[in-house]
Design a protein around this ligand. Structure first.
Ligand SMILES: CC(C)(COP(=O)(O)OP(=O)(O)OC[C@H]1O[C@@H](n2cnc3c(N)ncnc32)[C@H](O)[C@@H]1OP(=O)(O)O)[C@@H](O)C(=O)NCCC(=O)NCCS
Length: 174
C-alpha cells in the first residue's frame, strides 16, 4: 500500500521546503493553477504569465518530486502586491501546505519591502487564521482594472473575499 499524503507531509524524514521556481517548473505550475480555474478558485494563467513571473513563484514538492503546492506574488507597483496562484494539489489539501505557502509569500513580500500584501480568495478562514484582515477590493482600483482586462465575469464568480495584511509598521491594511 502506498504512503498517504498526510503521512508524507507529517513525516519528519521529509523536510518540507518551500522553494523558488525555475524554468523547468513552468508547465506543472500552469497545470496546477488552471486545475482550479473552471471553478473560479484561481484565475487562468498562461505559460507566458508564469514565465514572466517565475521569480515570484514558490513551490512545495513531495519526496517523489511531484508538485504539491504553489504561490506567487504579483506586483502592481512598489507599494502594492497581491498574493496570487495559491494552489495545493487536491490529494495534498488539508495538511497545512496552504498555510506554509501563504507564510512563504508573506516572507518574500517583506524581503522585497512591500508595505502590504493583499489577496482575493474564497478561503476566508484560512486567510483570517494567517493574520490577514478582511478588506475591500475598492481599495485596489488597480486590481479591478486588471480583472476587467481579463474578463468582466471574473469579478462576479463566487463570493470572493478581499484580505490584506500590513507588512510594515507604517502600513494600514484594512
Ligand atoms: C485554498 C488552498 C490553497 C488551501 O490549501 P491547504 O493545503 O488545503 O490549506 P491548509 O491545510 O493550510 O488549510 C486548510 C484550510 O483552508 C481553508 N480552505 C481551503 N479551501 C477553502 C475554500 N474553498 N473555501 C473556504 N475555505 C477553504 C479551510 O478553512 C481549511 O481549514 P480547516 O483545516 O479548518 O478546514 C487549497 O484548498 C486549494 O488549492 N484550493 C483550490 C484553489 C484555491 O482556492 N486557491 C486560493 C486562491 S487565493
Amino acid at each position: 500500500m502506498g504512503t498517504s499524503v498526510a503521512e508524507v507531509v507529517h513525516a519528519s524524514a521529509w523536510p518540507l521546503r518551500v522553494q523558488p521556481a525555475n524554468s523547468a517548473d513552468v508547465a506543472e505550475i500552469v497545470a496546477l493553477n488552471n486545475l482550479f480555474a473552471p471553478d473560479g478558485l484561481t484565475l487562468h494563467r498562461s505559460e507566458a504569465f508564469v514565465v514572466s513571473h517565475l521569480q515570484d513563484y514558490q513551490l512545495v514538492r513531495g519526496p517523489d518530486g511531484a508538485l504539491l503546492g504553489q504561490v506567487a506574488l504579483d506586483e502592481y507597483s512598489p507599494s502594492l502586491v497581491e498574493l496570487v496562484s495559491l494552489a495545493v494539489a487536491p490529494e495534498a489539501q488539508g495538511h497545512g501546505l496552504g498555510q506554509r505557502l501563504i507564510t512563504a509569500a508573506e516572507r518574500l513580500a517583506r524581503v522585497r519591502g512591500y508595505p502590504e500584501l493583499f489577496a482575493i480568495s474564497l478561503a476566508e478562514p484560512l486567510f483570517l487564521r494567517m493574520g490577514f484582515l478582511e478588506s475591500t477590493i475598492l481599495r485596489y482600483p488597480e486590481k479591478i482594472a486588471r480583472y476587467r482586462a481579463i474578463s468582466r465575469s471574473e469579478l462576479s464568480i463566487g463570493r470572493k473575499f478581499c484580505f490584506a495584511k500590513a507588512l510594515a509598521s507604517h502600513a494600514t491594511a484594512r
